[in-house]
Design a protein around this ligand. Structure first.
Ligand SMILES: Nc1ncnc2c1ncn2[C@@H]1O[C@H](COP(=O)(O)OP(=O)(O)OP(=O)(O)O)[C@@H](O)[C@H]1O
Ligand SMILES: [K+]
Ligand SMILES: [Mg+2]
Length: 702
């Protein structure tokens, strides 16, 4: 058996409590005691050059620390002051390391829990989907792609795969945190299963699609640990800016002693290092990695698995959202409710044709037609029908938009979208009665999907497939509109059904009778117009579009192809989740911008604390610049360095939780942030440094 001893439910409680509750608006504790200790330890490990040199701003501080220690040891500077500056610089580097470590530690608890789920999974491998009795027990780690495994009620799915036979309810709480059972079924857009989730009822045969080590769980573990996190384009651009600024200040400070010696002044090398460290953007340099990791964590807290931080950030800038209709805007469980026979066609003829064309159709639509036809059948008008020997089933495809059967007696029955069937009938030389249009419109106006049934050159009638728009989706689209995002529904369905559903759901625009390549073309067109496009989908026919979109949000319930193609998966399979992803993306961009502004602004004030101290001995008139009236040059430098170091840990909570996001225009937001973080950044250091200076003077200062 591949059941596991431990209960996944317990594990979920772990995950839930370690997840930051940003999505729900509640604020979780930033870090528990154990996490704090681990982060503290990591701050020291991160002093190793291979880590320290990854961040150019902090690398300068790292070298500065070393340089100050050497100066002090060589006796080039008074011991007390020398060691004080050295220690403060070291603490600055440690604080920056700590910020990153805290962000990482927040994911580590989750990773450990996820690892436990993966441990000890066993698989029952079979050779063929119909030979379940010959199953062979092997460790999940030995499975390879395309292996078939059978999983029964009470057992865990060993590795990610696609159901090829049967249907089952599953508890996916191990990965989604949501313990409500979900239905997964072969041949539908809900055929994907994830390793580590539990089958609650029935039995399924699963074709393995991921190698152990490359599964969903593995990806999630890597994500929460921040392993191989790639920098986003915005992060790279900002990193470059910070590097340039650091290099500029380095040149300025290094050239200062030469200029000074020109006018006969010698500058204290220790104070030069202090000046440099205060000038370079250490605050944002130290917090930048934490902001990036926190963004991914916030997405995960919203139960969205993003494959890259880039995708999350792109979401913050999205202009257009494309959604498919069936299963995304509607519940997608399209059920046949009524058969409409055309004038002159016997209802029983239509029933029989509909049944024959659907007997081997595994889609929910096909099955529901069989059910409807059989129900009518039990009422006694139609002989019980099984699939005739020698019949050839024509499977549904999104490209042809029809399906059906070729019978050995030469009959060729098709069902499908009206335009597809009409074209086929006309090509065969048949006539399409005007009544068909009327019937189709009647069905479509209700928002239902009309499937036209034809036997060879004869159109027989229409099957009505009912579908329901998801509750509350209209409000979500309204919210998206308020954020400036246009919503477009793209569906393979006919224009009338599309219009009815579009009106009910409140999308801005819709495209009907779209094949997969039309979805792709529309995305390319939007992108060519300079817009950033998000696509939400679940079907294999959505895969090309999901791959092309800047933000491709696939539903967890969707097919493997869709999940592979997108750059995000929503574990709750809720298309409206895009709203939250957009907020997380915007919040990340805003947080980084705000903290950058703050960091650059308060470097200005530190400059005014250090500069007078630097020249105090040589040019007494420089005292005029001592706007803060600090107690002594030495105290001024120490106070500025203490402020410079302390501001990093003080801003960790803001970096991790993010600056609060308000749905307002970009300009208004920018103005507000410039005011709060720019002006605040210039003003705050003055009283803060003054206060530290007073404390120093009163205690240890000189
Ligand atoms: N099993 C089926 N057999 C025959 N025709 C079908 C079947 N399922 C769907 N169709 C027809 O093909 C059309 C396209 O189906 P497809 O699944 O590509 O798109 P859709 O589900 O209608 O729209 P969306 O892209 O919004 O999910 C449907 O509107 C319907 O008319
Ligand atoms: K600084
Ligand atoms: Mg679909």
């Amino acid at each position: 058996m591949n059941g596991m001893e431990r209960k996944p439910e317990n594990f979920i409680m772990n995950v839930k409590t370690t997840l930051p509750q940003v999505a729900s608006g509640r604020q979780a504790v930033l870090l528990d005691a154990a996490g704090f200790k681990a982060a503290l330890r990591a701050s020291f490990f991160k002093l190793a050059p291979q880590h320290a040199f990854k961040n150019p701003v902090m690398a300068v501080v790292w070298f500065g620390t070393l340089w100050c220690a050497v100066l002090t040891l060589l006796g080039a500077t008074p011991d007390g002051m020398g060691w004080a500056v050295t220690a403060l610089l070291l603490v600055t580097v440690l604080f920056a390391n700590f910020a990153e470590a805290v962000a990482e530690a927040r994911g580590r608890g989750q990773a450990a829990s996820l690892r436990r789920v993966r441990q000890g999974l066993v698989a029952r491998r079979v050779d063929r989907a119909d030979a379940i009795s010959g199953a062979q027990n092997i460790p999940a780690a030995e499975l390879v792609t395309n292996d078939l495994v059978v999983v029964s009620a009470g057992e865990m799915v060993p590795v990610d795969g696609e159901i090829v036979h049967g249907l089952a309810t599953l508890n996916e709480s191990a990965v989604t945190g949501e313990s409500a059972p979900v239905l997964r079924e072969a041949g539908t857009d809900r055929s994907g299963v994830i390793g580590g989730t539990k089958v609650l009822s029935d039995e399924i045969v699963v074709r393995i699609t991921a190698l152990p080590g490359h599964s969903f769980l593995d990806r999630m573990i890597a994500l929460v640990e921040g392993a191989n996190r790639q920098k986003t384009p915005n992060e790279v651009a900002l990193g470059l800016l910070l590097l340039t600024m650091t290099a500029t200040f380095l040149i300025v400070v290094v050239s200062l002693p030469f200029i000074a010696s020109f006018v006969g002044i010698t500058l204290d090398p220790l104070l030069l290092v202090a000046l440099l460290v205060c000038l370079i953007p250490t605050t944002i340099g130290g917090l930048l990695p934490a902001i990036g990791i926190a963004g991914m964590n916030r997405a995960l807290a919203a139960n969205v698995l993003a494959k890259s931080g880039k995708a999350v950030e792109a979401a913050g800038d999205v202009d257009v959202l494309l959604l498919d209709k069936t299963g995304t805007i509607t519940h997608g469980d399209r059920q046949a409710t009524v058969l409409h026979a055309l004038a002159g066609v016997d209802l029983s003829t239509l029933r029989e044709a509909a049944l024959l064309a659907s007997l081997a159709d595994p889609t929910p639509e096909g099955k529901s037609i069989v059910k409807l036809a059989r129900r009518v059948n039990r009422e006694g008008t139609l002989a019980p029908l099984e699939e005739p020997v020698g019949a050839r089933f024509i499977a549904f495809s999104a490209a042809t938009r029809m399906s059906g059967v070729d019978l050995p007696d030469g009959r060729s029955i098709r069902k499908g979208a009206m335009d597809a069937i009409v074209r086929r009938v006309q090509e065969a030389g048949g006539n399409v009665p005007v009544e068909l249009q009327v019937r189709v419109e009647q069905v479509a106006r209700k928002g239902a999907t009309p499937l036209v049934i034809a036997d060879g050159r004869h159109v027989l009638g229409v099957v009505e497939l009912a579908d329901v728009v998801k509750h509350g989706i209209k409000e979500k689209f309204a919210q998206l509109r308020a954020m400036g995002i246009r919503t477009v529904m793209i569906t393979g369905d006919n224009p009338l059904t599309a219009a009815a559903i579009a009106a009910e759901a409140g999308v801005d625009d819709y495209i009907a009778e779209a094949r997969p390549e039309d979805k792709l073309a529309r995305i390319r067109a939007e992108q060519a117009g300079g817009r950033l496009v998000a696509m939400v989908g679940d079907g294999s026919n959505d895969a090309p579009a999901l791959a092309q979109a800047d933000v491709g949000l696939a539903m967890n319930s969707g097919t493997q192809a869709a999940k592979e193609a997108g750059n995000m998966v929503d574990l709750d399979s809720d298309p409206a989740k895009l709203l939250q992803v957009v907020e997380v993306g915007k919040q990340q961009l805003i947080t980084r911008g705000a903290l950058t502004t703050f960091s650059l602004a308060n470097d200005v004030s530190k400059y005014f604390a250090i500069l007078p101290a630097l020249f105090a001995g040589a040019i007494p008139s420089m005292a005029a610049l001592n706007v803060m009236q600090l107690s002594s040059p030495a105290n001024a430098v120490i106070a500025a360095l203490i402020f410079n170091a302390l501001i990093i840990p003080l801003l960790i909570p803001l970096a991790l939780r993010g600056v609060r996001f308000r749905p307002m225009g970009a300009t208004a937001l920018l103005r507000r942030n410039m005011l709060v973080y720019g002006l605040g950044g210039v003003i705050l250091p003055f009283p803060a440094i003054k206060l530290i200076d007073m404390l120093l003077a009163a205690t240890v200062g000189v």
